[in-house]
Write a protein that binds this ligand. Structure first.
Ligand code: ACO
Length: 348
């Protein structure tokens, strides 16, 4: 079972919204109706980007990976914040709301710019998930698409000390500013063994192309000693990641209303991965077919993860600041010791 601040993620995924979960993570309690309304309003007001950031998005080469764009933009946002070093609770929450609100706009604007399309400004009336899809595609999403992304963001919002959150906490423990902490987290999330796996999963689904080729693909990959992306987890060793089941249901629903191919290939791969090596899919596996059915470009998959996880990162950073002790593990040196230093001229 996985819980966010004591609430089962299955309840949160099915009954709440991303904004409600972000509030829960930041403030520690579920909001009352008026608190949620205020919080949503605060996020909505913070969606637009400063002109300097839009300028940056137009200047970056169009082949820049959107995760590199995101972390560069976060750093730039930091340089524009005159209160960058202020770490009162109020100011930390202000920064967190800014990250949550602006991530979708950075991602959607960059995609529109690199593909030569007009920017679609945020729409006040739309919730967080729907507004992102609207800014990305230039049209309001269907109710199913909106709910699917909303649930996906909830499921990605938090997962205790995963690599990116740990990176954020290490940075926070040095009392680095919050932008630096989020940049550390964003850089860490990008690796293919962490959030980068979802993009790799989509590459795999495209390579396999049809369910009947899945078994041979998985068998050969494992025979070569290679990893099947989207499988395995440091925490969930012999049990299925609770998020995976919910994402599988979501992927199945979207497949029944859209293109079923990606879900069917995913199912065939999962069956073979279990048959040959008892491998279980992780949170990144079914995300790929969900995103594909939401018409999200492959190289934005990791950014969608970041869009959800930024609430968790921010909550962890604030928690670290408020009860801080420097995180500094020791390394165990395993080489030879007590060696004699010889001048350069005496070394052969
Ligand atoms: N494909 C093939 N074999 C795997 C996989 C995989 N995806 N994952 C684990 N294994 C195997 C290992 O090869 C190892 O087998 P062995 O005992 O025969 O050598 C065994 O399972 C144990 O694996 P470890 O690598 O020790 O597991 P670890 O906890 O170190 O790694 C990790 C976890 C990094 C997630 C790993 O499973 C992996 O690389 N998966 C693929 C990448 C991926 O999907 N990452 C996303 C993780 S979820 C997230 O970050 C949100």
């Amino acid at each position: 079972m996985l819980e966010y601040r004591g609430y089962d993620i299955r309840d949160l995924a099915k009954k709440s919204s991303y904004e409600e979960v972000a509030y829960l993570l930041l403030y520690g309690e579920l909001p009352k109706k008026y608190e949620l309304d205020d919080f949503k309003m605060e996020l909505t007001e913070r969606r637009e980007l400063p002109p300097q950031i839009i300028g940056l998005l137009t200047q970056l080469p169009p082949y820049t990976h959107p995760m590199v764009v995101l972390r560069t933009s976060i750093s730039y946002l930091g340089s524009l914040d005159k209160k960058i070093d202020i770490k009162t609770r109020e100011e930390n929450l202000e920064k967190a709301k800014n990250f949550i609100a602006k991530f979708p706009t950075i991602i959607a604007y960059y995609h529109r710019i690199r593909t030569g399309q007009n920017l679609v400004p945020p729409k006040f009336e739309l919730n967080h998930a729907a507004n992102f899809l609207y800014m990305l595609h230039g049209e309001e999403p269907s109710k199913t698409a909106e709910q699917a992304l909303d649930m996906d963001l909830i499921l990605h919002a938090e997962h205790e000390l995963n690599a990116s959150t740990f990176a954020a906490r290490i940075a926070a423990s040095t009392l680095a500013d919050m932008y630096a902490c989020i940049v550390a987290a964003t850089g860490t999330l990008m690796g293919p063994l962490h959030g980068g796996a979802s993009q790799e999963v989509m590459n795999m689904l495209r390579e396999v192309a049809t369910p009947r080729r899945a078994d041979e693909y998985v068998r050969k990959k494992l025979e070569r000693g290679e990893k099947v992306m989207g499988f395995g987890h440091r925490v969930y060793k012999n049990v299925i990641d609770p998020r995976t089941e919910l994402l599988r249901e979501l992927a199945k629903k979207l497949a029944s209303e859209g293109d079923p191919n990606w879900f069917e290939i995913s199912e065939a791969i999962a069956k073979s991965a279990y048959k040959y090596k008892k491998l279980l899919p992780n949170v990144d596996f079914y995300s790929a077919s969900v995103y594909e059915n939401l018409r999200i470009p492959d190289d934005l998959f990791i950014n969608i993860f970041a869009m959800g996880r930024v609430a968790g990162w921010s909550a962890h950073i604030i928690e670290q600041y408020e009860n801080n002790k420097l995180i500094r593990p020791r390394a165990k040196y395993t080489g030879e010791i007590d060696k004699e230093y010889k001048p350069l001229s005496e070394r052969d």
